[in-house]
Design a protein around this ligand. Structure first.
Ligand code: SF4
Length: 362
């Protein structure tokens, strides 16, 4: 697994430090750049404003252009941006106002405001990067989030953002700013689990969530924002999928795409796996019907986090490789599979003993 933390020799800092690691002195530099001086085994020494910064990484790990967040007194740095990856996500808060049965990042009580540091990190990303923003619920800190997005959008108009939100916290007076951020710069990933309010509310653990969500989606629509609706398939909602497909196409036709997702076995997803995981490799009927409904009505649908051999052949074109590189794995039998290059495989924490029953090389 790719490491999102790197060991460092704690520098003498009192404030969080955002630093970009560069292998060369040449080219454009910013005040946040540290330049590589020496490599000694797993130890790399950088020069940063006349001081030495030591980062530990195994050769041949490429750190050129990576952006680290170093916290005072801590011996490991957060690797916020990996320059060679398309899977960079800033986890801006661990607080949340929902308690979803499949949550991969169970909420925490406390919040540390690092929006200024996240903004700097984003501004140091490679050209034209797409940066994910997630939580917790990022919009619990809406003012700070919008402030950061507005600042980065001004300094780096080439960047795009994919922001996961439960859409509980949009208000009518957000429309102007949402419109200014631009439909082509921000894609809002919004979970919707059922067209039945009571089923959605039960899955997210919050009474009234569906009603709030409808208002949030209305605000996004009025702002002309781009929206990716996201539905994790669960035992709790699988039978509702065709009805949800109908609801989306008749009521939410403005969305850009509908992502139907497989469950991630981590956090509450792991705890609730026995009562939530739906083995779509042996029963794909409701999923197929839902895809047929939305695509027949001109809306794009995608299958996220599905191993290709779990999907019937005529639906595999909807299943791109979506599991981030740092949390992806393949199983032994994948070695002889002709689809290995295009298949997204499995989450690192997937357990085949409790997983899909109908898989195998193709
Ligand atoms: S055998 Fe492995 S590589 Fe092939 S489709 Fe299945 S999960 Fe993907």
């Amino acid at each position: 697994m790719i490491d999102l933390r790197l060991k460092v020799d704690p520098p003498p800092i009192e404030e969080p430090l955002v630093v970009r690691l560069l292998d060369r002195r040449a080219g454009e530099r910013t005040a946040h750049d540290a330049i590589l001086l020496d490599i000694d085994g797993e130890q790399r020494e950088y020069e940063y404003h006349g001081f030495s910064l030591t980062v530990h990484a195994r050769p041949p790990e490429n750190l050129d252009g990576d952006v680290l967040l170093v916290l005072p007194g801590q011996a490991s740095a957060h690797r916020l941006i990996r320059a060679n990856s398309n899977h960079n996500t800033l986890l801006v808060t661990e607080q949340c106002d929902q308690l979803c049965v499949m949550c991969s990042q169970p909420p925490k009580k406390y919040h540390f405001d690092l929006f200024d540091q996240f903004g700097i990190a984003a501004s140091l990303a490679p050209p034209n990067a797409m940066i994910g923003i997630s939580g917790g619920e990022p919009l619990l800190h809406k003012a700070r989030l919008f402030e950061m997005l507005a600042a980065v959008s001004t300094s780096r108009p080439d960047l795009r953002f994919h922001i996961l939100t439960n859409a509980q916290h949009f208000a009518q007076n957000d429309i102007e700013l949402l419109a200014e951020l631009g439909w082509d710069r921000v894609l809002w990933g919004v979970p919707l689990y059922s067209a039945k309010p009571e089923v959605h509310d039960q899955i997210v653990g919050k009474s009234g969530a569906f009603a709030n969500l409808e208002q949030g989606l209305l605000t996004l629509m009025q702002a002309g924002a781009s929206v990716e609706l996201r539905t994790v398939i669960l035992q709790q909602n699988v039978d509702d999928l065709p009805e949800l497909a109908d609801f989306i196409t008749t009521r939410l036709g403005f969305i850009s795409v509908w992502a139907i997702m497989q469950l991630e076995r981590i956090g509450y997803g792991r705890m609730n796996w026995p009562i939530s995981f739906k083995d779509t490799s042996c029963d794909f009927a409701a999923t197929a019907r839902a895809i047929d409904i939305v695509t027949a009505r001109g809306l794009d649908a995608w299958l996220y986090n599905f191993p290709l051999c779990s999907v019937p052949e005529n639906y595999r074109r909807y299943a791109p490789s979506t599991i981030s590189d740092w949390k992806r794995k393949y199983l032994d039998f994948c070695g002889s599979c002709t689809l290995r290059e295009t298949c997204g495989g499995f989450f690192q924490w997937y357990d085949h003993k409790e997983g899909f029953s109908g898989l195998g090389p193709i």
